[in-house]
Each structure stands twice: as structure tokens, then as C-alpha cells.
Write a protein that binds this ligand. Sequence first.
Ligand SMILES: NC(=O)c1ccc[n+]([C@@H]2O[C@H](COP(=O)([O-])OP(=O)(O)OC[C@H]3O[C@@H](n4cnc5c(N)ncnc54)[C@H](OP(=O)(O)O)[C@@H]3O)[C@@H](O)[C@H]2O)c1
Length: 306
Amino acid sequence: MTRDDGGPPRVFITGSRGQVGWELRRALAPFGVIEAHDLDTLDLLDERAAREAVRKFKPDVIINAAAYTAVDKAESDKETCRLLNTAAPAALADEAEKLGAWMVHYSTDYVFGGNKDGNGRPRTEDDAPAPANYYGETKLAGDMAIRERASKHLIFRTSWVYASRGSNFLLTMLRLFEKGGEIRVVDDQIGSPTWARYLADVTAMSLRRAMERGPRVSGVYNVTSAGSVSWFGFAGEILEYSREMFPAVDAVLLPIPSEEYPTAAARPKWSVLSADKAARVFGIRAVPRKDAARLCIDEVKERRLK
Ligand SMILES: NC(=O)c1ccc[n+]([C@@H]2O[C@H](COP(=O)([O-])OP(=O)(O)OC[C@H]3O[C@@H](n4cnc5c(N)ncnc54)[C@H](OP(=O)(O)O)[C@@H]3O)[C@@H](O)[C@H]2O)c1
């Protein structure tokens, strides 16, 4: 894949220290020339600085992996959350459009609220959103701003992201297992835990195809692992796959309803997304949930057991 001038594509990445952003730097490395920013090099709350950085680099692709992801804190820190999740993607999408660049962004299952539909159907990209919480509202507004502004865009809607680094449920569980004892985990919220590495690889693969096929493939694409589980069920799998890390410890998992684990932000009970569209348009195979979790835990294990 080359630019009109024969050079490699130029890729501008934000949030490069985050779970997905870090993996993007790895997955996009063979793709083109990368300029990756973290909060220290570009604060997206400074819209003018963000626009200037893009104009200076002149990317063919902007990938926005930065976000306000503290879902509970967002309920009381609303303005910062809105600026980061709605205003910043809107400004980046404006700049993408001016340059004729692709705008790539990540959305969330929290744009949906509530319970499982009568038939337990995974949610599609066309289902009417009804955000579960303020974070979900600002993410949905960000999605809409990108769709309005950038004629070439890919918005990957994902859920329950984990990685071997950063802040996530999988690493929290491993820390609790190390201590041992009784661990109470919510058993009535169902979703698809998704490995950040898989998301980054799907991004690279879809982006390549989108650049070949043009703006008609712009849109929202659900990208998650295949299969669904409750947080309690996922915790059980993490415990099973990590046992040898904590041979002397006796962690015991107890299922609880959401009501016994109150949080500032409401969570949907049913977060399962259909991955059919990404399969149809880009040929993406949803990775089996357990395979991805095992690989990620193996990586953590390698580091810890050394
Ligand atoms: N995590 C999930 O479960 C989940 C689920 C569904 C969708 N998503 C979406 O997936 C995308 C990636 O999420 P993630 O899990 O990789 O998030 P993450 O690990 O929390 O990373 C977010 C990144 O945003 C950066 N950031 C925060 N404030 C910033 C600012 N003012 N200027 C520039 N950068 C700033 C952070 O920088 P520092 O590291 O320097 O603080 C961090 O690296 C987001 O769009 C998120 O909404 C995530």
C-alpha cells in the first residue's frame, strides 16, 4: 500500500500508551510511517494543539485510541469526559476530512443499555443505541460526530477490553488471586471479553482492505471475541488458566448480582455484539474468546514466572 507520491502511508496514532494504542503501534508498524502520541506528547483536551499536530504530520490515517475510559468517574467528571470522548474525535475527524485521510476510532458496548432482548440476540450495528451511562453517551456522540464529518471512517465497536498491560478486569483478577480468599464477582452482566491485541490486528487488516476499497466501506463495525460469558464466568476461566501462577493460594469465586456491587455508572446486563458485518465486509474471523484469553494469560505468566 503506497501514497500517490509512492511513499508508505502515514499513520497518526493517539492514546499510544493505552491497551489498544500500545498494540496498534506494534500491529501498524509494517503498514507505514507512524507518529504515535501519548498524553505527554499531545493532550487532546487542547483541541488547537491536536489539530496542529495532525496538520504538521499530514497523515493518510488517523487512529484515535485515546479516550476517557474511567466509566464510573465519568459520572462526576462530565466535562473532561465529553471533551475527550466527543469533542476530540470530532476535531480529529474534521482534520481527517480536510486531508482526505481515513479516521479510525473505537466505540463501546455501553452505547447500549438494558437487558437481553426477548430472543437473546447479539446487538448489531443497526440496533438503536440507548447509552447505559454518561461515558456511553459521550462515546455515542463521538461516533456520530465522526460519521457526520469524515467521509472515510472506520469505527470499531468493542467490549470488555483486556491486555497483559494497563488497567483491566483480567489483571485485577490476577492480583486478587495472588492474595487469595473469597472474591465476589458479578454474574448477571453478559458480554464478550476482547483482547486489545486482537483489536489492533483487526484494525490493521480492515484498514488495509478499506484503503483499497474506498469510502463505501465506511461505517461502524462490531469487533469482539466470539462467544459470551458473565464477569463471574470470565473470572473462573482466568483462574483456571492461571492456576500454576498461584499454586499455594486458595482463591474462591462467589457469584453475586449487580445490586450487590453498586457502581456510580450503570452497566448493561446484555453487552453481546454481533460480529457478522465485519466478517462479511472485511473477512474478519472472530477469535474464540477462550483462545484469546489463554494467550494473553500465557504472556502475563511468562513475565511473572521468570
Ligand atoms: N477498556 C474497555 O473495556 C473498552 C470497552 C469498549 C470500548 N473501549 C474503547 O476502546 C478504546 C481504547 O480503550 P483502551 O482500553 O485502550 O483505553 P485505555 O487503556 O484507558 O487508554 C486510553 C488512553 O487515552 C489516553 N488519554 C487520556 N486522556 C488523554 C488526553 N487528555 N490526551 C491524550 N490522551 C489521553 C490515556 O493516556 P495515559 O495512558 O497517558 O493516561 C490512555 O493511554 C477507547 O476508545 C475506549 O472507549 C474500551
